[in-house]
Design a protein around this ligand. Structure first.
Ligand code: DNO
Length: 398
């Protein structure tokens, strides 16, 4: 049995985790982007080549681009979008010339991945990322005072949010605000409150169907280019996989995925299968999704969440939480085997341990990218690798 490709995300030369340590964690592939050029303009080929050379000098290879950012004009559908789509194509061509073929992106309006809490204590002393649904509502309703926000919550939640707001210190609320709008790693834009309100208002009147149409427009332009260049585009799901701040989100469910894959029905239009994001919804059956969408899964983010009864969730151990991670890995390995048998050259699926707890010596370091500390991800990768080995032994034994 062949294993999946073990990758680690690296934010570039500014990442506090150096490539040498990633290599010690046992990864062979790097997932990275030119984070210094994150405004939607084209990535110069020389800069791509430089980034790649740095990765290769450390004995690793640049396996996946995560992400090429999709400019807001494309999501909103303004006339400016054609210019940004043109630059997107230029970046795709430059990456293809450099031999980098797997390209992750997302289509989340305004906010990328979203958490309210970055250091949630676990019983064993580890610190986890968490999304508290009541803190979130308290911020949206009582601090941001988003017009019309009341309509997005149940009467019970409105009451809980008010009570929560009354009980939180101003410092605690400031921390929540910073986590929500001032940017987790890889976020394209960091906002202050006024800027955030402006960014939200740009989506006034844009429904989920409109957003889907704007994605379809984007795909009509870029998928044929990717296809011709032999690239694999893979859209990342919404994290979490439900609407926030009244914004439409269109990559949250199996029905969403069906619609996106059908919009351009070719291999180049594929998925990043993020178990942590899809796993925030109990109605997403991860293994069934792998069975249904397997041939179009070009990249896997493996991470587990524990869903809490009130709609909150926290990031669990990679093998803990609400999703059955070994079953997910078994399904992905079966998909790889199926592709190999079918003679597909791109049969191997790159994975990365997505996020990790803050553990041991990483606790207390001044500079840690939330979710992207070394030791937590090293533990995650080791556990995922262990599952693959266990499956191999079990299969060999019949
Ligand atoms: C969070 C990440 C996301 C992801 C983008 C992909 O840790 O998984 O920021 O990189 O959404 O475009």
């Amino acid at each position: 049995m062949e294993f999946m490709e073990e990758c680690f995300r690296w934010y570039g030369p500014d990442d506090p985790v150096p490539l040498a340590h990633i290599r010690q964690a046992g990864a062979t592939g790097i997932v990275s982007a030119l984070h210094r050029i994150y405004d939607g303009s084209a990535w110069p080929e020389a800069a791509i080549a430089d980034h790649k050379a740095g990765i290769e000098a450390a004995g690793l290879s640049w396996s996946v681009v995560e992400s090429i950012p999709v400019h807001a004009s494309i999501k909103i559908g303004t006339p400016l979008r054609d210019r940004y789509i043109g630059w997107y194509k230029d970046t795709l061509r430059a990456l293809a010339r450099q031999g980098i073929a797997t390209i992750c992106y997302n289509f989340m309006p305004v906010v990328d991945w979203t958490r309210t809490e970055l250091k949630h204590p676990m019983p064993n002393g580890a610190l986890a990322l968490r999304f508290d649904a009541v803190d979130f509502a308290a911020y949206d309703l009582c601090v941001l005072r988003r017009p019309g926000a009341e309509a997005n919550y149940t009467p019970d939640r409105l009451a809980e949010a008010e009570a929560r707001f009354a009980s939180l210190t101003p410092e605690a609320m400031e921390r929540i605000e910073r986590n929500l709008i001032a940017g987790l790693p890889a976020t394209e834009v960091r906002y202050d409150r006024a800027g955030f309100q402006r960014a939200l208002s740009e989506y006034d009147g844009i429904s989920a169907d409109d957003l889907h149409e704007n994605l379809a427009y984007f795909l009509r332009q870029i998928v044929p280019v990717a296809d011709e260049l032999g690239l694999r585009l893979c859209i990342h799901p919404d994290d979490p996989a439900f609407s926030l701040f009244g914004l439409p989100r269109i990559v949250s469910t199996a029905a969403d995925v069906r619609r996106i894959l059908a919009a351009q029905d070719v291999q180049a239009n594929g998925l990043t299968f993020c178990t942590g994001s899809y796993g925030t919804r109990a109605d997403n059956d991860l293994v069934a999704m792998i069975h249904e969408f397997g041939p179009r899964i070009h990249f896997a983010h493996l991470r587990n969440v524990t869903r809490e009864p009130d709609g909150s969730f926290h990031e669990a151990d990679h093998l803990g939480g609400s999703s059955d991670m070994p079953a997910v890995i078994l399904a992905l390995l079966a998909e790889q085997a199926r592709r190999r048998d079918a003679g597909r050259a791109d049969w191997r699926i790159p994975l990365r341990p997505d996020h990790g707890h803050l553990l041991a010596d990483d606790i207390g370091k001044d500079r840690v990218n939330p979710g992207y500390s070394l030791i937590g991800r090293l533990r995650g990768l080791a556990e995922l690798r262990g599952v693959m080995h266990g499956i191999a032994v079990a299969q060999a034994a019949g």
